[in-house]
Design a binder for this molecule. Sequence first.
Ligand code: BES
Ligand code: MN
Ligand code: MN
Length: 458
Amino acid sequence: MPNQYLEQNKQRFLDELFELLRIPSISADSAYHNDTISAATYIKNKLISAGADNVELCHTQGNPIVYGEKIIDPQLPTVLVYGHYDVQPAVPLELWETPPFEPTIRKTAVHPNGAIFARGACDDKGQAYAHVKAFEIMMATNTLPCNVKFMIEGEEEVGSTNLGPFCIANKERLKADVVLISDTSIIANDTPSIDCGLRGLSYVEVEVTGPNRDLHSGVYGGAVANPINILAKMIASMHDENNHITIPGFYDKVLDLTIQERAELNKAPFDIEDYKKDLDIKDVWGETGYTVLERTGIRPTLDCNGIWGGYIGEGAKTVLPSKAFAKISMRLVPNQVSHDITELFQKHFESIAPAGVKVLVKPHHGGEPVVTPIDSHAYLSAEKAMEKTYGKKPIPTRGGGSIPIVALFERELGLKSVLMGFGLDSDALHSPNEHYGLENYYKGIETIPYFFSFFAQK
Ligand code: BES
Ligand code: MN
Ligand code: MN
């Protein structure tokens, strides 16, 4: 019955997602604050019409959180569904083949049946909205087997800073047995997988100041430290010849996996030639002694995300700039602690700065790494649900990205999460031409009710 309902409502489910995708709910830019409210309101209304109770926009100092629930019997287990309706900025706009907030369907090599191109299509509107539609199906076909609570936030892409306090203030309301999240990837459409770990994050912005004003690079050049040259060298020095990070103490808390665990992780299908071809690179790069899957799954990183300063307009301007800037992210693994790593970075960055410059390190948001169990009833329910719809048992994997709130769910609400995602790494999340396979969207909607039914069978 649920599958028949899905079949009959496919087009409407797609039209509704398109409407949500047209709202530019970019959380990083406050100019879009009203759009975040529109996106939240859209989801709120759809939860109400699907039959959820106590649906509301919970206002925060930032963007609202959509909450809603259906308690069919307090004795039954409760699934807390988490997702986010906020999206990354769409710039650079000129690299989009069709405008980011005008969803269109195109075929691609990995999505021969078509994919929806729009910012947020995969991350995370398409995946979060699949839960709203799966709920509608279960309500309409009278098959909701347990209780469900929804918490769809609008600040995931900026570190979920207001969601943490909201969770702590609403512990009773958020009582549940598990958190179900679709905001990660599977290996391929014919190779389902479930992430059982996420990396944490430390994010800093640095400012290097040389002379008190921009100078003539001929008159002063050679005698005064150039903050851009210095900053580039400082950043480069943070990896050694083995691409190991040189910040003292950086690896102190890193949990090394056993040989068996590493062997298990490397069993996941991965073709390095396909990987290189997809990215148009001649070789991969990374820490000596680790495979690509390990480098992105179980090892920490340091990357410069942006660097600027000096003259970048047309033509040449001979200037020795006063300042240089960079944004740097560090992906963390168990048991590194975001705050501690930020401090280690700051101390190190200050210590390697030559006397000719002043440096300033501004910490941004962070998040802690997590590992989720693969032997829990909830994980096994997700495994069975995916096996049902993909015809194959999903492989446990480690996700390289971060969802900062997941560690807090465990710490503050005592809840483990199941990361049952349906996207692909190649769906261009955060990049121009982000997309989400039609098949992936519908497969999610089909799989979620199975999760509920397996999970309810304690
Ligand atoms: N959905 C992603 C995280 C993700 C993607 C995990 C793919 C695993 C596989 C999430 O929206 C995201 O982008 N998180 C940010 C964190 C943040 C604090 C900006 C990230 O990982 O950069
Ligand atoms: Mn996401
Ligand atoms: Mn994201």
